[in-house]
Design a protein around this ligand. Structure first.
Ligand SMILES: C[S@@+](CC[C@H](N)C(=O)[O-])C[C@H]1O[C@@H](n2cnc3c(N)ncnc32)[C@H](O)[C@@H]1O
Length: 148
Protein backbone atom coordinates (compact mmCIF):
# COMPACT_ATOMS: atom_id res chain seq x y z
CA UNK A 1 0.00 0.00 0.00
CA UNK A 2 1.41 3.41 -0.92
CA UNK A 3 1.21 6.73 0.85
CA UNK A 4 -1.76 7.93 -1.23
CA UNK A 5 -3.81 4.89 -0.25
CA UNK A 6 -2.85 5.17 3.40
CA UNK A 7 -3.73 8.86 3.46
CA UNK A 8 -7.15 8.29 1.90
CA UNK A 9 -7.99 5.40 4.21
CA UNK A 10 -7.17 7.52 7.24
CA UNK A 11 -8.93 10.63 5.99
CA UNK A 12 -12.11 8.80 4.97
CA UNK A 13 -12.22 6.91 8.26
CA UNK A 14 -12.11 10.29 10.00
CA UNK A 15 -14.80 11.72 7.71
CA UNK A 16 -17.07 8.74 8.36
CA UNK A 17 -16.55 9.17 12.09
CA UNK A 18 -17.42 12.87 11.75
CA UNK A 19 -20.59 11.95 9.79
CA UNK A 20 -19.47 14.24 6.95
CA UNK A 21 -21.85 14.99 4.09
CA UNK A 22 -20.31 12.54 1.60
CA UNK A 23 -20.50 9.69 4.11
CA UNK A 24 -24.24 9.73 4.76
CA UNK A 25 -26.25 7.14 2.82
CA UNK A 26 -29.34 8.32 1.00
CA UNK A 27 -32.27 6.59 2.58
CA UNK A 28 -35.13 8.63 1.12
CA UNK A 29 -34.92 7.79 -2.58
CA UNK A 30 -37.59 6.50 -4.90
CA UNK A 31 -37.24 5.59 -8.58
CA UNK A 32 -37.62 9.20 -9.73
CA UNK A 33 -35.17 10.75 -7.30
CA UNK A 34 -32.75 7.86 -7.83
CA UNK A 35 -32.73 8.54 -11.59
CA UNK A 36 -32.31 12.24 -10.97
CA UNK A 37 -29.32 11.57 -8.74
CA UNK A 38 -27.27 9.30 -11.02
CA UNK A 39 -28.67 9.92 -14.49
CA UNK A 40 -30.25 13.39 -14.65
CA UNK A 41 -30.00 13.52 -18.45
CA UNK A 42 -31.50 10.07 -18.92
CA UNK A 43 -28.49 8.65 -20.76
CA UNK A 44 -28.41 5.18 -19.23
CA UNK A 45 -31.80 3.87 -20.24
CA UNK A 46 -33.30 0.83 -18.58
CA UNK A 47 -30.89 -0.34 -15.89
CA UNK A 48 -32.83 -3.44 -14.86
CA UNK A 49 -30.41 -6.33 -14.51
CA UNK A 50 -27.48 -4.29 -15.75
CA UNK A 51 -24.15 -4.81 -13.99
CA UNK A 52 -22.88 -1.50 -12.66
CA UNK A 53 -19.47 -0.94 -11.07
CA UNK A 54 -19.05 2.10 -8.82
CA UNK A 55 -15.43 3.12 -8.41
CA UNK A 56 -14.63 5.15 -5.32
CA UNK A 57 -18.36 5.17 -4.88
CA UNK A 58 -18.87 4.10 -1.30
CA UNK A 59 -21.18 5.83 1.13
CA UNK A 60 -24.58 4.56 0.06
CA UNK A 61 -25.60 7.45 -2.16
CA UNK A 62 -25.06 6.27 -5.73
CA UNK A 63 -25.20 2.54 -4.95
CA UNK A 64 -28.67 2.84 -3.49
CA UNK A 65 -29.84 4.89 -6.48
CA UNK A 66 -28.56 2.39 -9.06
CA UNK A 67 -29.92 -0.54 -7.06
CA UNK A 68 -33.35 1.10 -6.84
CA UNK A 69 -33.27 1.43 -10.63
CA UNK A 70 -32.83 -2.33 -10.85
CA UNK A 71 -29.08 -2.55 -11.47
CA UNK A 72 -26.80 -5.21 -9.99
CA UNK A 73 -24.37 -2.97 -8.16
CA UNK A 74 -20.77 -3.59 -7.13
CA UNK A 75 -18.99 -0.87 -5.17
CA UNK A 76 -15.21 -0.66 -4.89
CA UNK A 77 -14.01 1.82 -2.30
CA UNK A 78 -10.84 2.13 -0.27
CA UNK A 79 -12.69 3.04 2.93
CA UNK A 80 -14.43 0.28 4.83
CA UNK A 81 -16.59 2.81 6.67
CA UNK A 82 -17.92 4.13 3.38
CA UNK A 83 -18.85 0.60 2.28
CA UNK A 84 -20.77 0.16 5.51
CA UNK A 85 -22.95 3.03 4.28
CA UNK A 86 -23.70 1.01 1.13
CA UNK A 87 -24.67 -1.99 3.24
CA UNK A 88 -26.85 0.22 5.43
CA UNK A 89 -28.63 1.47 2.33
CA UNK A 90 -29.01 -2.06 0.96
CA UNK A 91 -30.60 -3.20 4.20
CA UNK A 92 -32.86 -0.14 4.31
CA UNK A 93 -34.24 -0.75 0.80
CA UNK A 94 -34.18 -4.56 1.01
CA UNK A 95 -31.81 -4.71 -1.96
CA UNK A 96 -28.47 -6.39 -2.59
CA UNK A 97 -25.35 -4.27 -3.06
CA UNK A 98 -21.98 -5.99 -3.41
CA UNK A 99 -19.11 -4.17 -1.71
CA UNK A 100 -15.40 -4.70 -2.16
CA UNK A 101 -12.78 -2.80 -0.20
CA UNK A 102 -9.93 -1.90 -2.50
CA UNK A 103 -7.97 0.70 -4.37
CA UNK A 104 -9.47 1.64 -7.73
CA UNK A 105 -5.92 1.69 -9.11
CA UNK A 106 -5.83 -2.10 -8.73
CA UNK A 107 -9.00 -3.95 -9.68
CA UNK A 108 -7.42 -7.40 -9.81
CA UNK A 109 -9.74 -8.61 -7.05
CA UNK A 110 -12.61 -8.32 -9.53
CA UNK A 111 -11.01 -10.99 -11.70
CA UNK A 112 -12.64 -11.26 -15.10
CA UNK A 113 -15.82 -9.49 -14.04
CA UNK A 114 -17.84 -7.81 -16.74
CA UNK A 115 -19.84 -4.62 -16.30
CA UNK A 116 -22.30 -2.80 -18.47
CA UNK A 117 -21.47 0.53 -16.88
CA UNK A 118 -18.57 1.84 -14.80
CA UNK A 119 -19.58 4.92 -12.85
CA UNK A 120 -17.48 7.27 -10.77
CA UNK A 121 -18.96 9.81 -8.49
CA UNK A 122 -16.62 12.56 -7.41
CA UNK A 123 -13.62 10.30 -6.68
CA UNK A 124 -11.06 10.26 -9.50
CA UNK A 125 -9.47 13.33 -7.97
CA UNK A 126 -8.29 11.24 -5.01
CA UNK A 127 -5.61 9.47 -7.07
CA UNK A 128 -2.57 11.22 -8.57
CA UNK A 129 -2.85 9.64 -12.02
CA UNK A 130 -6.28 8.94 -13.53
CA UNK A 131 -4.70 6.81 -16.26
CA UNK A 132 -3.97 4.09 -13.72
CA UNK A 133 -7.69 3.78 -13.04
CA UNK A 134 -8.71 3.88 -16.69
CA UNK A 135 -6.14 1.19 -17.49
CA UNK A 136 -7.58 -1.02 -14.77
CA UNK A 137 -11.08 -0.53 -16.10
CA UNK A 138 -9.86 -1.57 -19.54
CA UNK A 139 -7.94 -4.58 -18.25
CA UNK A 140 -10.37 -5.95 -15.70
CA UNK A 141 -13.72 -4.94 -17.06
CA UNK A 142 -15.11 -5.28 -20.54
CA UNK A 143 -17.71 -2.62 -21.07
CA UNK A 144 -20.45 -4.44 -22.86
CA UNK A 145 -22.97 -1.64 -23.00
CA UNK A 146 -21.26 1.62 -22.22
CA UNK A 147 -23.19 4.77 -22.92
CA UNK A 148 -20.95 7.46 -24.36
C1 LIG B 1 -16.38 12.26 -2.44
S1 LIG B 1 -16.53 10.52 -2.14
C2 LIG B 1 -17.50 10.04 -3.53
C3 LIG B 1 -18.50 8.97 -3.22
C4 LIG B 1 -19.66 9.32 -2.33
N1 LIG B 1 -20.63 8.26 -2.53
C5 LIG B 1 -20.30 10.66 -2.63
O1 LIG B 1 -21.41 10.74 -3.15
O2 LIG B 1 -19.70 11.67 -2.33
C6 LIG B 1 -14.92 9.88 -2.59
C7 LIG B 1 -14.76 8.40 -2.33
O3 LIG B 1 -13.55 7.95 -2.95
C8 LIG B 1 -12.99 6.94 -2.11
N2 LIG B 1 -11.59 6.76 -2.50
C9 LIG B 1 -10.55 7.62 -2.35
N3 LIG B 1 -9.44 7.10 -2.90
C10 LIG B 1 -9.78 5.88 -3.38
C11 LIG B 1 -9.06 4.86 -4.08
N4 LIG B 1 -7.76 4.99 -4.37
N5 LIG B 1 -9.72 3.74 -4.45
C12 LIG B 1 -11.05 3.59 -4.16
N6 LIG B 1 -11.77 4.53 -3.50
C13 LIG B 1 -11.15 5.65 -3.13
C14 LIG B 1 -13.23 7.47 -0.72
O4 LIG B 1 -13.11 6.47 0.25
C15 LIG B 1 -14.64 8.04 -0.85
O5 LIG B 1 -15.62 7.09 -0.53
Amino acid sequence: MDEVARYNIERWAALVKANALFTRPHLDLDADTARQRVDPDGMFGDLSGRDVLLLGGGGGQQSSAFALLGACVTVVDIAQGQLEGDQQAAEHYGLTITTQQGDMRDLSALGDARFDLVYQPYSLNFVPDAHEVFTQVGVCCVLVGCTT
